[in-house]
Ligand binder design. Structure first.
Ligand SMILES: CCCCCCCCCCCC(=O)SCCNC(=O)CCNC(=O)[C@H](O)C(C)(C)COP(=O)(O)OP(=O)(O)OC[C@H]1O[C@@H](n2cnc3c(N)ncnc32)[C@H](O)[C@@H]1OP(=O)(O)O
Length: 181
């Protein structure tokens, strides 16, 4: 993916288009983390993903920690954080291949409580691809020792640049249909 230099926040400004989509390339942090819409103003992943890369074997590897703001029980992550970060990171695998996709299905196994503010790792790989579907799985571990804390698997469906425009049109139709009711 072509990129320019980094700005004050360390976020890489995109100067190209996302391969195969024609959509503007999303910005990345200095740690290589692609930022979704809600995190762009902050310049960092609010879920606590700090580094992201694709290794030689095609496995995506993430370094992360659960911010205290996502604490559920004492000193452990809210399950919603665990599910959200797994959704995000599994969905980054197609993105790292220049493919835009959306989550169609996601299954999460909460194996152990996830401690907040501790270094964690996440490995993500594609089990298979069929048509426009990517079957993706991942595993979250404690960075020291490698104990498994959570697992996830799901289906991502590739989309083209018209995805969001079609959604906006659909939503406008829904709003119009309910006006005056
Ligand atoms: C500007 C910069 C932006 C920058 C953006 C920065 C990155 C942000 C990325 C964020 C990603 C997310 O948060 S995603 C957010 C959460 N997810 C979503 O919002 C998705 C909402 N759902 C949908 O939009 C839709 O239901 C889809 C796209 C999943 C499916 O729509 P569809 O209309 O059924 O699609 P269709 O073309 O008919 O089907 C495509 C293929 O998917 C299969 N398929 C469809 N649904 C399912 C399903 N639940 N489980 C299994 N497979 C399914 C079909 O069998 C078909 O297989 P085949 O015949 O092709 O084999």
């Amino acid at each position: 993916m072509p990129t320019t230099g980094t700005g004050e926040s360390g976020v890489t400004a995109p100067n190209g288009h996302w391969a195969g989509t024609g959509l503007p390339e999303p910005p990345r942090t200095a740690g290589g983390v692609t930022l979704c819409g809600g995190c762009r103003a902050l310049g960092a992943c609010r879920l606590g993903v700090e580094r992201e890369r694709l290794d030689e074997g095609g496995v995506a590897r993430f370094e992360l920690s659960c911010p205290r703001s996502h604490e559920g029980g004492p000193d452990v992550a809210h399950g919603g954080w665990t599910a959200a970060v797994l959704d995000d990171c599994l969905g980054h695998l197609p993105l790292l291949h220049g493919v835009m996709s959306v989550t169609a299905e996601l299954t999460v196994s909460f194996v152990k409580p996830v401690p907040v503010e501790r270094p964690l790792e996440l490995r993500v790989w594609a089990d298979r691809r069929e048509g426009s579907r990517w079957y993706i799985a991942g595993e979250m571990t404690l960075a020291p020792g490698g104990a498994v804390l959570a697992r996830a698997s799901g289906i991502w469906v590739t989309r083209d640049r018209s995805h969001y425009a079609r959604h906006a049109k659909w939503l406008a139709g829904q709003v119009e249909a309910t006006e005056g009711q």
